[in-house]
Design a protein around this ligand. Structure first.
Ligand SMILES: NC(=O)c1ccc[n+]([C@@H]2O[C@H](COP(=O)([O-])OP(=O)(O)OC[C@H]3O[C@@H](n4cnc5c(N)ncnc54)[C@H](OP(=O)(O)O)[C@@H]3O)[C@@H](O)[C@H]2O)c1
Length: 242
């Protein structure tokens, strides 16, 4: 299904080379968006750009810049290039994330900082920066990828759970703050997904995990509504949990 709403919109995606980010990028391009992609690895971003271009019948503008979100100078470089290439970001998708699997006693201050730099701070910075243009344009969409860990605690993932709870709280506030400017903020919280990160989940059957392609289709669908109705907080569960 294609949604006219997205035609020629500028969409910025973090974690674009990841299992979920890549599927969202493909879907957004298929729906007519121009893309700005980020992740840590420039070669992977280049090959993703080429793959997306080859999959589309119509030409889209696709830009990318690699960077490590632990480094503010990298984030600033990404923002500067995105503004130079696109002027305004219409749709921001914060999908980059890190999943630290450690008991509390093994978790370091560095683990804490990396978890929050990736899962919370980067979303804060990109939301703050790109919402300025959305406010001017009186239209915008922000999609923060949360997790089932935003709603509960699990053993050995206290930092991940804490950071995703923070992202959910941040998203709830943003939704209330920005909706008067016609900017809708979504927090999409899936259970385990069949990706590289999903492989780190212990004692669970990977075969029962959510298909990232189906997840991306669902996200694009939910965000496509542009009238009075909004579903700003979305929890997506697996049918079978084993
Ligand atoms: N998989 C799951 O079971 C699951 C469930 C619920 C929610 N989520 C959430 O969904 C989002 C995407 O997860 P995924 O499963 O697609 O994970 P993934 O396949 O591991 O992808 C993670 C993405 O984040 C990027 N990234 C990692 N470290 C970075 C850094 N220091 N600076 C900038 N970017 C960095 C990676 O870039 P490189 O490719 O360059 O490393 C990659 O593009 C995350 O926010 C995650 O918490 C995942």
């Amino acid at each position: 299904m294609k949604f006219k709403l997205f035609e020629n919109k500028n969409c910025f995606i973090t974690g674009a080379t990841g299992g979920i980010g890549k599927q969202i990028a493909l879907q957004m391009a298929a729906n007519g968006c121009n893309l700005f992609l980020t992740a840590t690895n420039s070669a992977k971003l280049k090959s993703l750009k080429e793959e997306i271009e080859a999959s589309q019948d119509k030409k889209r503008n696709i830009f990318y810049q690699a960077g490590d979100f632990n480094k503010i100078q990298d984030i600033n470089k990404i923002i500067a290039l995105a503004k130079e290439k696109m002027l305004i970001i219409d749709i921001l998708i914060n999908c980059a994330g890190i999943f630290v699997v450690k008991n509390l006693s093994d978790s370091s201050l560095e683990d804490f900082e990396t978890s929050f730099n990736l899962n919370v701070r980067s979303a804060f910075i990109f939301c703050k920066e790109f919402s300025k243009g959305m406010v001017k344009k009186k239209w915008g969409r922000i999609i923060n990828i949360g997790s089932s860990s935003a709603y509960t605690g699990y053993k050995k993932t206290s930092l991940y759970c804490a950071s995703k709870h923070a992202l959910l709280g941040f998203s709830r506030s943003l939704h209330k703050e920005l909706k008067d400017h016609n900017i809708r903020t979504f927090c999409v919280s899936p259970g385990a997904v069949k990706t590289r990160m999903g492989k780190l989940i212990e004692n669970q059957n990977f075969d029962t995990f959510i298909d990232p392609k189906e997840l991306a289709r669902y996200i694009v669908f939910v965000v496509s509504f542009d009238q009075e109705m909004v579903s700003e907080e979305i929890k997506l569960n697996r049918v079978v949990i084993e």
